[in-house]
Design a protein around this ligand. Structure first.
Ligand SMILES: O=P(O)(O)OC[C@H]1O[C@H](OP(=O)(O)OP(=O)(O)O)[C@H](O)[C@@H]1O
Ligand SMILES: O=c1cc[nH]c(=O)[nH]1
Ligand SMILES: [Mg+2]
Length: 224
């Protein structure tokens, strides 16, 4: 099993996930490699969710030669993936390789960085576009965003997602999380499972994760 429960979050410890995240962290990694790295990490995390979070069931099948027992992942057709624009777009592209039939939602939510963090360590969040599917009781919902910093964006997104229904599992998937964001989400959304490839050290005074990987959206989209 390459998912470890660290209390505040489950951590994806697969060697290829760590390797890929290290490439993403490096300042030498330019836009195309950065974007491809996020796609790759999304695919690895998708496979890890299948292996470490979802369940399998046995069933009898007929091969061309004989009847035998096979194993299938339960609920592959009941997966919903939410793309938090914009940095999650390549991450979600990778996740979709693991869950090609997922129903998808899109929400544009981003930090208003003009006023900085407030005294509580939070940002105002601008929500420009919301298109989420209905969520059913049997669903596994994965809300993907590579960066979980103060948790302001994800808290806003989760409020919108919860309005769409009550799924069997609600997962937040991040590449890098800060302790501050994990504390906030665990307090505000105790039933949400958080999965991250890394839990970093702290946030700097501008709300960036340290050591982190910088601004994921800017690096993937070549903006400043
Ligand atoms: O936990 P928080 O403090 O809310 O920070 C995390 C958010 O910041 C980044 O998005 P950003 O606002 O930079 O938007 P972008 O994806 O368009 O770059 C990131 O992709 C998260 O959505
Ligand atoms: O470190 C951070 C924090 C928020 N958003 C990012 O892209 N990076
Ligand atoms: Mg950004």
């Amino acid at each position: 099993m390459t998912i470890e429960d660290r209390g505040e979050a489950k951590v994806v410890t697969h060697a290829l996930a760590k390797h890929t995240l290290t490439q993403l962290r490096s300042v030498e990694t330019e836009q195309v490699a950065f974007r491809k790295g996020l796609v790759k990490l999304g695919r690895i995390c998708g496979y890890e969710i299948i292996d470490g979070v979802m369940e399998t069931a046995y069933e009898t099948i007929q091969t061309p030669l004989t009847e035998t027992t096979g194993e299938r992942v339960v609920g592959m057709d009941d997966v919903v993936i939410i793309n938090v624009l914009r940095a999650a777009t390549p991450f979600v592209e990778g996740l979709l390789k693991a869950f090609p039939r997922a129903r998808q939602g899109v929400i544009s939510a981003s930090r208003d960085e003009s006023g900085g963090m407030d005294d509580a360590g939070e940002f105002d969040i601008e929500v420009d576009y919301v298109k989420l599917p209905e969520i059913h009781p049997e669903d596994t919902v994965i809300v993907a965003d590579p960066m979980l910093a103060t948790g302001s964006t994800m808290a806003t997104v989760l409020e919108h997602v919860q309005e769409m229904g009550d799924p069997e599992r609600l997962l937040v998937l991040a590449a890098v999380s800060a302790p501050e964001g994990l504390v906030r989400l665990n307090e505000q959304f105790p039933d949400v499972e958080i999965l991250s490839v890394a839990i970093d050290d702290h946030l700097d005074e501008e709300g960036y994760i340290v050591p982190g990987l910088g601004d994921a959206g800017d690096r993937a989209f070549r903006t400043t």
